[in-house]
Ligand binder design. Structure first.
Ligand SMILES: Cc1cc2nc3c(=O)[nH]c(=O)nc-3n(C[C@H](O)[C@H](O)[C@H](O)COP(=O)(O)OP(=O)(O)OC[C@H]3O[C@@H](n4cnc5c(N)ncnc54)[C@H](O)[C@@H]3O)c2cc1C
Length: 421
C-alpha cells in the first residue's frame, strides 16, 4: 500500500465518528477494524433475523453530542424518549425506585436515610456534593458500583460517582417524574450503519477483519501501521482502541506504553436473553442479594418495546470482573446458568421455558477502574509520538464511558487534524 493518509484503528463509535468528521472536511481516511463487524462495544448480533446490540445502550437527557450527530445524520425521527423505570431487589423483594413516592416507601432504608438520599439526588442536579450517607451507600450505591468494579468497588473516586448520579439526574424533566431515557430505533446499529454509509460515500475505505499489529515510527514521528493485511503508510494515525490494545501496538520499552499500563480495566461478560414474557415493568433493576450472582439487570424491552425484535422481551445480565478473577475462565454456559438461576430467585415464576435464546458476549476491556488520582493518569488526545492521536473512554473522566462523550472527543480530534494541529 502506498500514499500518505490518515489511518484510523478501531471501528467503534470513536473511530467511525473521527472518520466522519475528517471525510466531511475532504480528508483521505482508511479505517481498520479487527472484528468482522463494526461497532466495538456498541456492536450488534442478530436476534430473530434483526441486528440487536450485544450490550444494552440507552441515551441520557444530557447526551447532547450524540443527539446532534443523530440529527446531522438525518436520523432525528428514529430517536425516541420514554420513561426509564428503576427497581431495587433487596431483602427478597422487588421495590419500585423511580419516583419520590417510591423512595419514601423504600423500607430497606431508614426514614432519615430516605430523606437524605432524596435531598442528595435533588442537589446532584446542580451541585458537586456526593456524600449520600453510609446506609444509602451500602444498600443503594454499593451494589451499583459492584456491578461494574467488583472487588474494587470501595476504591472508586468520588468525582466519578458524583458524575454518574449527575448524568442520570439530567434525564429528569422534573423531580416528580421518572427519568426520560432515549433509544434509537434499531439500536446503535442504526447510528453506526448511517456513519459507515456516510463515510464510504465520501471516499473512506473501511476494512473489517483487519487488525493493526504495530505502529511504525521514525524517531518520535508516526510513519505507518503494520497490519494483518500488509503495511499502510500514514501521516497521521488515530488509535480509537482500548488503551491496553494501544500498548500492544507500541514498542514494549516505550515510556508511553509504561505510562498507559498503569490504568487497569475490568472485563465484561453479558448474558443477552430473548424471553417469551416480560419479567418486570422496569428498565433497570438493581440487585442487592447474596444468593444472586449479579448486581443488576436491564430489561431493555421496557425502554425500547420488543416488537422490533419479533415480539421477544430482551433482557441483559452484565458481569464485570478484573483480570485475576476466576470468572475469566468460566465457559459461556456458566454465566448463562448463573443469570437464569438468579432471575429465578428474583421472580419465582421465571423458568427455562421463558427463554427463547440465551447468548453470552464478552469484552476484555469493558470498563476502566478509576481509583482516586485517576485523572492524572488519563492520556491526552495527542500522544507524545508526533502524528499519533488517541481516543479512549478514560479521557471522559470524571464522566463514565458513554457514546455521546466519545462522539465529542472524536469530532474534536478530527477537527484538530483537519486544522493541521
Ligand atoms: C455493557 C455495556 C453497556 C454500555 N451501555 C452504555 C449506554 O447505555 N450508554 C452509553 O452511552 N454507553 C454505554 N456503554 C459504553 C459505550 O459502549 C462505549 O463508551 C463506546 O462504545 C466506546 O466506543 P469506542 O469506539 O471508544 O471503543 P470500542 O467500542 O471499544 O471500539 C474499539 C474498536 O477497536 C477495535 N480494535 C481493537 N484493537 C484493534 C486493532 N489492533 N486493530 C484493529 N481494530 C482494533 C475493536 O475491535 C473495537 O471495535 C456501554 C458499554 C458496555 C460494555
Amino acid at each position: 500500500m502506498s500514499g500518505k493518509r490518515i489511518i484510523i484503528i478501531g471501528g467503534g463509535i470513536s473511530g467511525l465518528t473521527a472518520a466522519w468528521e475528517l471525510t466531511r472536511r475532504g480528508r483521505e481516511v482508511v479505517l481498520l477494524e479487527r472484528r468482522d463487524v463494526l461497532g466495538g462495544l456498541a456492536r450488534s448480533a442478530p436476534l430473530n433475523g434483526k441486528p440487536l446490540e450485544v450490550y444494552y445502550h440507552f441515551i441520557c437527557g444530557g447526551d447532547r453530542h450524540l443527539v446532534e450527530l443523530v440529527n446531522e445524520l438525518g436520523l432525528a425521527d428514529r430517536l425516541h424518549w420514554r420513561p426509564g423505570r428503576t427497581s431495587y431487589f433487596v431483602n427478597g423483594r422487588l421495590y419500585p425506585f423511580t419516583t419520590p413516592l417510591d423512595l419514601l416507601r423504600f423500607s430497606p432504608l431508614s426514614l432519615t436515610s430516605r430523606l437524605r438520599f432524596g435531598l442528595h439526588a435533588l442537589r446532584c442536579r446542580r451541585m458537586t456534593d456526593w456524600h449520600v450517607g453510609r446506609q444509602a451507600y451500602e444498600v443503594v450505591w454499593r451494589p451499583l458500583l459492584e456491578i461494574k468494579f467488583g472487588r474494587y468497588c470501595d476504591k472508586i473516586s468520588a468525582p466519578w460517582i458524583w458524575h454518574r448520579i449527575h448524568r442520570y439526574s439530567q434525564s429528569r424533566t422534573s423531580p416528580l417524574r421518572p427519568e426520560q431515557l432515549g433509544y434509537i430505533e434499531g439500536g446503535s446499529h442504526t447510528l453506526l450503519t448511517a456513519l459507515c454509509e456516510s463515510i464510504t460515500a465520501r471516499g473512506a475505505v473501511v476494512h473489517t477483519g483487519v487488525a493493526a499489529l504495530s505502529l511504525n515510527c521514525s524517531g518520535q514521528e508516526i510513519q505507518g501501521v503494520e497490519t494483518s493485511n500488509g503495511y499502510y503508510e500514514a501521516d497521521k494515525v488515530i488509535a480509537a482502541v482500548p488503551l491496553p490494545e494501544l500498548i500492544e501496538l507500541l514498542p514494549a520499552s516505550s515510556e508511553y506504553a509504561k505510562m498507559l499500563s498503569q490504568i487497569q480495566f475490568s472485563s465484561v461478560a453479558c448474558v443477552r436473553l430473548a424471553l417469551r414474557r416480560s419479567l418486570t415493568d422496569s428498565f433497570w433493576v438493581n440487585v442487592n442479594a447474596r444468593n444472586v450472582a449479579f448486581n443488576g439487570f436491564v430489561e431493555y424491552s421496557n425502554l425500547n418495546p420488543g416488537c422490533e425484535y419479533g415480539g421477544s422481551d430482551v433482557l441483559y445480565v452484565p458481569f464485570y470482573f478484573d483480570s485475576s478473577d476466576k470468572r475469566n475462565r468460566w465457559p459461556d454456559s456458566r454465566f448463562i446458568k448463573s443469570a437464569i438461576q438468579g432471575l429465578q430467585l428474583i421472580h419465582p415464576g421465571f423458568g427455562q421455558d421463558w427463554v427463547e435464546e440465551a447468548v453470552l458476549n464478552r469484552d476484555r476491556y469493558g470498563q476502566a477502574i478509576c481509583p482516586p488520582g485517576f485523572g492524572e493518569r488519563v492520556p491526552a488526545l495527542r500522544a507524545p509520538i508526533q502524528g499519533l492521536y488517541v481516543l479512549d473512554s478514560t479521557q471522559l473522566y470524571p464522566a463514565d464511558r458513554n457514546l455521546s462523550g466519545m462522539i465529542k472527543l472524536a469530532r474534536l480530534v478530527g477537527q484538530m487534524i483537519a486544522a493541521g494541529e
